[in-house]
Design a protein around this ligand. Sequence first.
Ligand SMILES: Cc1cc2nc3c(=O)[nH]c(=O)nc-3n(C[C@H](O)[C@H](O)[C@H](O)COP(=O)(O)OP(=O)(O)OC[C@H]3O[C@@H](n4cnc5c(N)ncnc54)[C@H](O)[C@@H]3O)c2cc1C
Ligand code: SF4
Length: 330
Amino acid sequence: MKAFAYVNPANEKDAVAALKVDSGSTALPLAGGQDLLARMKDYVTTPDRLVNIKGLDATIAATPNGGLRIGSAVKIVDLAEHAQTLRMYPALVEAAGEVGTPQIRHQGTVGGNINQRPRCWYFRNEEFVCFKKGGSRCFATTGENQYHAIFGNEGPSHIVHPSSLAIPLVAYGATFRVLGPNGEREVPAAEYFTLPNMRNVRKENVLADDEILTHIILPAPGSVKTGHYEVRYKQSHDWPLAMTTVVLTMNGNTIQSARVVLGAVAPVPWRSKPAEAALAGKPLNAETAAAAAEAAVSEAKPMSGNVYKVQIARTAVKRAILQAAGIPTV
Ligand SMILES: Cc1cc2nc3c(=O)[nH]c(=O)nc-3n(C[C@H](O)[C@H](O)[C@H](O)COP(=O)(O)OP(=O)(O)OC[C@H]3O[C@@H](n4cnc5c(N)ncnc54)[C@H](O)[C@@H]3O)c2cc1C
Ligand code: SF4
């Protein structure tokens, strides 16, 4: 691992100040370190300075307008075991409880999970200098792309977004509080993550180098039904192949409006407008779930090695809706 300086700031303002470095140098926030330290050991990321942000807010508190505010230093396990969050945002708690393994959930933070870098095996290998590392090609387009994107595949990178927590956060309409040298700003979760062709292929979100994510603010849940479904090769110790969170605003048994967000299938949490349109105004039943799942995959553009993920995505959407309806999925 390359030698680095270590800064232990007293508060979030000092943390932001410590992220400011001379041009040509890099400083990165260090939370639980599970993603960052692994990349450093593999020489994929070589910062000159680490800024410890484990001391940021690690509480979950009610907001005056009936929602919740989650500090970015909250451990994933504490979110997964939080009774009030379970009552208000069950899909978020379910996603948290499925992350990795108990050890990973005890070490990993909410902020680190949301900001973890992609798992593409070319990106994770120092030998492959692809677009994401300043190179001039994507090795996945003609290489091993079985775990890559099937939506949002305009390139130049074809990663899938790795955070399980981001999917329900987008579906519940969360807002992210970001702090930088010029103060704080709030960014809707749905606008936080960026496609590779939107801004900067080397980044996955709108954070500037000297900004940190400090809080997640969830709006009051309202009268909704929710479902969350993940498909994995292994039950534990791995990321999902596809996942879906649905949040349905109901009028009796009729779906008034829907938010359908897919994970592990696109470079960002993928909101499926065709699925949402297929749900609006329909009764919540198995037939509607099947039609919405079909609509969700209508815009899939798989790569050479991941056509199989289309069926998995279809199943994840259908089963998340069935779960919201209280219909057994197996
Ligand atoms: C075997 C295995 C299985 C896993 N399975 C899953 C899974 O199913 N689902 C899933 O979602 N994840 C999974 N993970 C990933 C794991 O959850 C993340 O690595 C972990 O959550 C990262 O949290 P951390 O606090 O350790 O982050 P760190 O490693 O400290 O940070 C991650 C990145 O985010 C940046 N960062 C951290 N906090 C902030 C902040 N507040 N503001 C701005 N930038 C920040 C850091 O600079 C770094 O680049 C798995 C990991 C392993 C090893
Ligand atoms: S998918 Fe993205 S991270 Fe992977 S090789 Fe292509 S450019 Fe690099």
